[in-house]
Design a protein around this ligand. Structure first.
Ligand SMILES: [Zn+2]
Length: 455
C-alpha cells in the first residue's frame, strides 16, 4: 500500500533552462500538470515546442497555471489540440490575461507554415481552454480524491500564484515565478513555512539586483530631462505588468505635479487590453494601491494619456508635438510598433530611449544598449544619436539573496528543493547557496528527469 502512495514528478521541460515550464505529477490514480509554457530562445529551442509531449494529453486530469507569462501558458493550445479534456485552474486574473496573451500569440504564429501552428492556435482551441478553466481566489481549495490544491500569492505579476498540493499529509509547493517584492502594485510574496518539497524558480539564482529603490526617482529624472529638451521619450515595454507599473508610476508623478503633464501615448493594443483587466482587479493589489483607488484615483489614467489601439492612431503619433512620451512593445524591440518609433526618433540627439527590462542577446534592444552607433530597422539605416538610458530594478523576479530568504522560512521542514526555471549556472549557484547557507538538500534536475517523491 505504501508504494501506492508514492508520487512521481517529471520535469518535462523548464529545468536547466528559464522558459517552457511544464511539470507532471503522477500517482494515486491521478495525473496533473503544472504550467504548459512555451520554450523560448534559439531556433533549436523553438523546435522543442512542437515535438510530442512526453505524456498523452488526453490522460491528464488537471492543468494548474501559476501565471500568464507565455513561458508558462504558451503551449496550452497544443495540449488541447493533443486531446486534453481535463480542467484548468489558476488564480482568476490569470485566466483573463491568458485569453489575450494566447490571442496575441495566435496572431503572431498565423503566418507559420513550418509547424502548421495556425491549426493549433485556433480560436476554437483557445475557447476550449477557456471553457475548461476555473478561476480561483488565493487560498480557495480544490479537492480531488486524496489531493487538495490551492494557490498562494507569488507577487510576480497580477494573478500569479504558487501552487500548494497537499497529499497524504505532505505539502508540495510549485513556486512559479517569484515576485521582486515589494512591487508598486502587488502584495508581497506570501511566506511558505511548511513545504515538504519545493519546486522553485531561479532566473536570478546567481545575481542580486541593484538600485531597486532608485527606479522611480530615475524615471522622474528621465521624464524631466526629456521635457526640458522638448524631445521624444520612447519606452519599449513588455505589455504585461511592466506597462501597468510604468503607467502607475507616471500617474503618480503627473498627479502629484512632480513632472509636468505632456502627451503620453500607450501604443500597444495588447497593453491597452491588459490594462483593462488590471482596472477590474483592484482586490489583488497591495494596500497602498487599493487606498489610492478608494480615494477616487484611476491608477492607470492621468492627464495627457492617449491610447492608440488602431494603426491609424498609432501613425498619427508622429504628428503630435514634442515633448511627448511613447510606451510601446515589444520590450526588447525585436518586433512590434516600437520599431516604427525607434526608426523615427533614434537619430535625434534631443530624444531619449529608455530601457526598463533585460535585453536578450541578439535583440535590437540589446544591440542599442551595447552602444551601436547605427542600426538597421525595417530596411533602413538609422543613426543612434538619442540618449540611451537603462533603469535597472524593474525586474519582476526575486534575486539570489531574496530566493534564499524565501526558502529559509521552510528550511526546517523541507525534505528537498528542486531548483528549476533558470540557466544551469544560475540554478546551480542557488542550489549551492541553499545547501551551504541553510543546510537544505537542493538539486538541479534536467528537463526530462523524473523523481519519486517519498510521501
Ligand atoms: Zn513570469
Amino acid at each position: 500500500m505504501l508504494e501506492d502512495k508514492k508520487l512521481k514528478l517529471t520535469f518535462c521541460s523548464g529545468a536547466g533552462t528559464v522558459t517552457g515550464a511544464n511539470f507532471l505529477i503522477e500517482g494515486a490514480g491521478k495525473k496533473f500538470l503544472v504550467d504548459c509554457g512555451l520554450i523560448q530562445g534559439s531556433d533549436m529551442d523553438d523546435e522543442l515546442n512542437w515535438e510530442d509531449f512526453p505524456y498523452n494529453p488526453s490522460e491528464i486530469d488537471f492543468l494548474f497555471i501559476t501565471h500568464a507569462h507565455i513561458d508558462h501558458i504558451g503551449r496550452i493550445p497544443k495540449l488541447i489540440h493533443g486531446g486534453f479534456q481535463g480542467k484548468i485552474f489558476s488564480v482568476s486574473p490569470t485566466k483573463d490575461i491568458t485569453l489575450y496573451m494566447l490571442e496575441d500569440m495566435a496572431n503572431l504564429v498565423s503566418r507559420d507554415t513550418k509547424y502548421d501552428l495556425s491549426s493549433i492556435y485556433t480560436s476554437e482551441n483557445i475557447n476550449k481552454a477557456m471553457n475548461a478553466w476555473q478561476g480561483l481566489d488565493y487560498g480557495e481549495k480544490i479537492e480531488a480524491d486524496d489531493f487538495q490544491f490551492s494557490f498562494k500569492d507569488a507577487g510576480h505579476i497580477l494573478g500569479s500564484g504558487m501552487l500548494e498540493v497537499i497529499y497524504n499529509g505532505k505539502k508540495i509547493v510549485f513556486t512559479g515565478d517569484l515576485g521582486n517584492s515589494p512591487s508598486p502594485l502587488l502584495p508581497d510574496t506570501e511566506d511558505v513555512k511548511d513545504a515538504d518539497y519545493l519546486i522553485m524558480e531561479s532566473v536570478y539564482g546567481d545575481r542580486d539586483h541593484e538600485n531597486r529603490n532608485e527606479r522611480k526617482k530615475r524615471l522622474e529624472d528621465v521624464i524631466k530631462d526629456n521635457y526640458k529638451k522638448g524631445g521624444v521619450l520612447v519606452i519599449p515595454t513588455f505589455s504585461l505588468e511592466r506597462t501597468q507599473e510604468l503607467l502607475y508610476e507616471i500617474n503618480s508623478l503627473v498627479e502629484n505635479k512632480i513632472v509636468p503633464a505632456m502627451p503620453v501615448f500607450l501604443d500597444s493594443p495588447l497593453s491597452i487590453k491588459l490594462t483593462e483587466i488590471y482596472l477590474k482587479s483592484e482586490k489583488y493589489f497591495n494596500e497602498t494601491a487599493q487606498k489610492l483607488i478608494s480615494s477616487g484615483d484611476n491608477l492607470f489614467d492621468f492627464q495627457g494619456l492617449i491610447k492608440t489601439p488602431k494603426t491609424e492612431d498609432s501613425k498619427d503619433i508622429l504628428k503630435a508635438p514634442s515633448p511627448k512620451i511613447i510606451i510601446a512593445g515589444s520590450g526588447m524591440s525585436n518586433g512590434g510598433r516600437v520599431l516604427h518609433h525607434e526608426k523615427n526618433y533614434l537619430s535625434d540627439k534631443n530624444n531619449t530611449l529608455l530601457l526598463t527590462g533585460y535585453q536578450t542577446m541578439g535583440t535590437m534592444g540589446r544591440i542599442i544598449q551595447d552602444g551601436a552607433k547605427k542600426v538597421r530597422i525595417m530596411g533602413e539605416d538609422v543613426f543612434v544619436r538619442a540618449k540611451i538610458v537603462f533603469i535597472d530594478g524593474y525586474s519582476g523576479h526575486k534575486d539570489s539573496s531574496h530566493l534564499v530568504k524565501f526558502v529559509e522560512k521552510t528550511a526546517e521542514k523541507v525534505k528537498k528543493v528542486f531548483v528549476v526555471m533558470g540557466e544551469p549556472k544560475s540554478s546551480m549557484f542557488l542550489a549551492q547557496r541553499l545547501n551551504n547557507e541553510l543546510g537544505v538538500d537542493a538539486t538541479t534536475p534536467d528537463s526530462g528527469d523524473s523523481v519519486s517523491l517519498d510521501i
